[in-house]
Write a protein of this length. Sequence first.
Lengths: 653, 365
Amino acid sequence: MLDALLMALTALASPERLGYMALGVLIGYAIGVLPALGGLAGLSLVMPFIYGLDQVSALAMLVGLVAVAATADTFSSILMGIPGSSASQATILDGFPMARRGEAARALSASFLASMIGGLIGAVILTGAVLIARPLILALGTAELFMLALLGLSMVGVLAGKSFAKGLIACGMGLALGMVGTAPATAEYRLDFGLIYLSDGLPLPVLVLAIFALPEIIDLARGGGTISRSADLGRGWITGMRDIMTHWWLVLRTSSIGSVLGAIPGLGGSVTDWIVYGHAIQTEKNGQFGKGDVRGVIAVEASNNAREGGALVPTLFFGIPSSGSMAVFLGGMTLLGIEAGPAMVGSRLDLTYAIIWSLAIANVMGTLLCFATSPLIARLTTVRFGLLAPFMMMVVCFGAFNNNRELADLLLLLGVGLLGLLMRRFGWPRPPFVVGFVLALPMETYLYQAVQFYGWDFLTRPGVMIIAALIVVFAWLGIRKRRLADTEEDGGSTDTGKRQPQAIFAVIPVVLFAAVFIDAMGKSFLGAVFPMMIAGAMLLISVPVLLRLNFGRVGGSLFHDAEANAKPEDGSFWAHLGWVIGLVGLSALVGFLLANTIFFLSFLRYAAGCTWRMTLFLTSIATIGLIMVAKLLTLDFPQGLLQYFFELPWPLR
Amino acid sequence: MTKAANFSLSRRALGGLGLGLAATGTARAQDMAGKTIEWIIPFAVGGGSDVWARFHLPLLQKHMPGNPTVVIRNVTGGGSINGANQFAQRTRPDGLTILGTSGSTQFPYLMGDPRVRYDYRAWSVLMASPTGGVLYVRPELGVRGPTDLAKLQAAQGLKFGSQGPTSLDVVPALAFELMNLNVQIVFGMQGRGQGRLAFERGETPIDYQTSSAYTSQVLPLVREGKAVPLFSYGILNAAGDIVRDPNFPDLPTFPEFLKAATGQDPSGPAWEAYRTLFVAGFAAQKFVVVPRETPRAMQDLYRTAFTRIFADPEYKEKRGTVIGEYDEVVGEAAEKAYAAGTVISEATREWIKEWLLRRFNHRLG
């Protein structure tokens, strides 16, 4: 083992290989800064260039890309509230409020340092655990995986915020949307309305962008001003570093959790994110989580990079990629003539170590790069938001349609975005919604499989009982009044608002659960039992909530309307939603590229009040940038009616 | 089907108005210099078909006359139905857009999935790529070969992790049917890797992997005595018979195994169904196609290029991890494989439909 480690490090120490790694880091950085592109797009970009490289160089380049993408995506999460990737959403909950408070520098510096240290800790853990990783993973059966999914779900307890009932229902809505698509046990299509798009299930990246980023943009556009409420970025860099020193124990804990959970195949990165974030809330004293507590940023970012390292375990030793970027990494390995499998802990152990330590070194490189460039990028938060808003809209739309590359992505973005906007306004917590969504499929799949494989006796397996005990401990920790501060509440308003709007909104979950229930009635037993149970239970909770909001006494934790004392000079709540609807609607007519150009011209000129000169300048930058990225990624923009009737040359087609 | 065809025709006509006769100009495209070929892969980046295409990509650029640029466009959705539909409806027959299909594209077409808007008869095959698979069991079952079939038939609690009733994993399910095994099939596996994981964890005692995964992941288990291979699916020879897999010459093929166990050649509707889906899912798993109306000269450019690729030393050296020791084919051999993998008799289709309903309570369409 030591031989192999030494061999790997010697192989990596060549300047040429470090050079390729740095190249990978650079590309990964460029890609990672753009939200929702992530390592996946970057990896497909470099695929053509890895031909002709020796194995270690090529791997170093691929790994460099993956490593830095998970660090650089923090920029958009913290500075703009746009989740950099679907696997680092929790960062925005505290990072973005910090940026708005004028603490962008502190948040970024804490997050980069946490990332780097987390990555290094992950590498150390992996180095030690490589030889026992295979048997450990094989000890986790479907029964244990189901319990781990439950553990994730139990985090809803601390993520629910002010009203536990609303938190539960939000989680239920996530579960309901997560059940759209193919039923794992029977391959029946649920709530697909005959559409291929829906039969695949809703894409997580679109959902995350819609539920978190879109409402934020609309709200900011309405308020005007800049993202940071103070023009001065401050000398937060040192403070951020000091934060890491103070909270070293949290860094150590969360990076270890990230590393271990990342190594478990079939759980998914977003679950890890929320488990770690929930863990921080449960265990840290006097938290202001959700309102810009730096520990929220530290916990999630420390676990992020460690998780990428952990994810190498199923990828390298079992050939089972646990994320999109790992799938591409595995594909790259195959093209290089390296086969994943038991050999990676045997005859090719040196290669495994080379990969693990490439990740660690690339982490350090990436962090330095991020540090070096962040004073510049952080200035974005002091730019007038009117100029930033169209770019952010474009980036969010791009991130959304880069999934399936069709108009449906944009429609889903709009629909769920509207839901997110209203949830934000009426105090329905959004994190439980995402937790429910990402866990719906694993929960149902593993429960069904565990019962098939072990019968209901699976509940008495030791692993299951250990995880069950953990859930109880965590729940107990959560009950001690440590929960997410009310993220949706702005400025400490206690006005619960008028009854009617929120009473109307509460109909939506009831209708959704009823739809799930009715749809399930037409399915076979195994396809129906899970959705019926969830939807049935949720109806029992959501109907009383609806009734109370409609007829109960106003007040208490249930009522909330952020619009209750809105400033009239900010304009109507709905005004800026119009711009989003306009962009998506126009895309349906003339395709996204043209629609986006028109959107830029009109928004900058009329909403932001720019001169024509400025308007044209910014629009050209946006359009040219968009076309260049599309060219690199070989993608067509979502098409509208225009493209339906006329064949146009690329990029208009 | 007809509705979609009409639609695409009218669209094409409209498009033609806009672009004049550009399409016909390519009929004598002997030189592709400066052109861009779009290779549509209806699967995600990093998956088997994507890696397969990316492996060929630089070689195709090298061997097409004029060294055109080849780009891969991943159009995902519906387990490849979406991308194939788009290709069928939008592609002009100028040879500048090609499609890579896989077993998951063939299966819904053969089974009559109502979401399918493409027709293999409207395409010409440029190249066909085979793969294989090996079925293996846990040693505790005490089954070593065909003579132990009775033991396997009597085994209690046989389970198999499957990706779904209409996935590639229907092929082993049909094999169980032909062997008269009582196997409980557990769905919801995302990828063959998860099925293998269930086997390694001891949750399922029977599993299969396609050739490359078998070689890298399962063979080490076999050497440790943790898995026992029973048979390979075999490959098709030029005459269309199932013969031993060159990657696993020591393993009997499935028909060989059946014959050795039962004394007779397999036959009947279950066998017909098995054979058709086996060819579509394994023996002729991947095709490169263009619309049928693509000028013959253009099609032949590709055929020649692929022939040259297969002779390229670089190809031979590197194909191992991506394709395995299988011969990809063009020309007549490809046509034969194409016919065997994309044509199904009405009786067999009906039988499959009825069997899926009876066996899994799964209703097609």
